[in-house]
Design a protein around this ligand. Structure first.
Ligand code: C2E
Ligand code: MG
Ligand code: MG
Ligand code: MG
Length: 291
């Protein structure tokens, strides 16, 4: 078979494939241009402290505004960036932009807020990751305690390597959170070895919490386990007061979800800080009266 038949074969099979593969190759090419063309930006989603109703941290979430496709979800392009290696320069840009922003809010006189930044698996294998984080903190003049890096359980790395890496990151003075906690298949034993500060309960567990006793049991278990391990807990994807009530009952520390705020721009965080805080305060006060 000569190579000239390949495109034909491709065309022949195309109707039977979701046009996924062709699209994926195109997106990969476009991703490479997107950094230089400044098509990426960050939104930030508040995390509310349930005890104080203050926004003590925000999660940075990358956004891609494609010139013709419009908004492309990170769920789609992060894996492609990961496979193509673009995650290294993109991840660096995300980290630096998030730290610059945290410093900008500080200069604008906002109350101190930690910024949480998602790491990708590829970045964990980046030889100079620790040095890069250190340099970005120095360059942006952000105190390390205001940076939290989020890793996930599905980041398959040798346990010893991971433990060592996390200790090096912790030595800088930053915080470490485990994102999407409970959705990976990893054993729980890493929790005693990894120097982590925080668990983020995945939205999948919280979504049906009012209707599903198994979800309820799992979330309660995670909350009590975290307490024994002296880890903070952030519950993600809270949309309804009933979910919030359950988490307050279980003594959860922080809430992140549409109920309080969707991810919003850095300017919206700065301009609406008081409103966001008042909103959280109102919701939480309302809850306490109901008790
Ligand atoms: P994640 O890190 O678990 O981020 C939380 C996701 O849940 C965000 O989706 C956020 O918008 C969404 N979310 C928060 N509250 C609610 C809620 O109440 N209801 C619903 N339905 N959704 C809620 P987003 O921004 O689309 O990001 C999806 C995933 O893409 C992230 O999950 C993360 O894995 C990845 N991602 C996003 N930004 C970055 C980044 O800067 N770097 C890396 N490496 N990955 C990123
Ligand atoms: Mg995250
Ligand atoms: Mg998550
Ligand atoms: Mg997720």
């Amino acid at each position: 078979r000569d190579a000239s038949q390949m495109p034909q074969r491709f065309l022949f099979y195309k109707p039977y494939m979701s046009n996924g593969i062709a699209d994926r190759i195109l997106i990969e090419q476009e991703l490479h241009k997107a950094l230089a063309n400044e098509e990426f930006y960050l939104d930030f989603q508040p995390q509310v402290n349930l005890k104080t109703s203050k926004i003590e941290s925000v999660e940075a979430l990358v956004r891609w505004r494609h010139p013709t496709r419009g908004f492309v979800s990170p769920e789609l392009f992060i894996p492609i960036a990961e496979e193509s290696g673009l995650i290294i320069p993109l991840g660096k840009w995300i980290l630096e932009t998030a730290c610059v922003q945290a410093k900008t809010w500080e200069k604008q006189g906002l109350p101190p807020m930690k910024v949480a930044v998602n790491l990708s698996l590829g970045q964990l294998f980046q030889q100079d990751l620790v040095q890069m984080v250190q340099e970005i903190l120095q360059r942006t003049n952000l105190e390390p305690k205001y940076l939290q890096l989020e890793i996930t359980e599905s980041m398959t790395m040798n346990i010893d390597q991971m433990t060592q890496l996390l200790h090096e990151l912790k030595a800088i003075g930053i915080q470490i959170a485990v994102d999407d906690f409970g959705t990976g298949y990893s054993s729980l034993s890493y929790l005693k070895d990894f120097p982590i500060d925080c668990l983020k309960i995945d939205r999948a567990f919280v979504r049906n919490i009012q209707h599903n006793q198994n979800d309820e049991a799992l979330v309660s278990m995670i909350l009590s386990m975290a307490k024994h391990l002296r880890l903070k807990v952030v519950a993600e994807g809270i949309e309804e007061v009933e979910q919030l009530a359950f988490l307050i009952e279980g003594d959860c520390d922080y809430i992140q979800g549409y109920l309080f705020s969707k991810p919003i721009s850095a300017e919206q965080i700065a301009n609406n800080y008081k409103d966001l805080h008042n909103r959280a305060s109102d919701i939480l006060t309302g809850m306490k009266y109901e008790e």
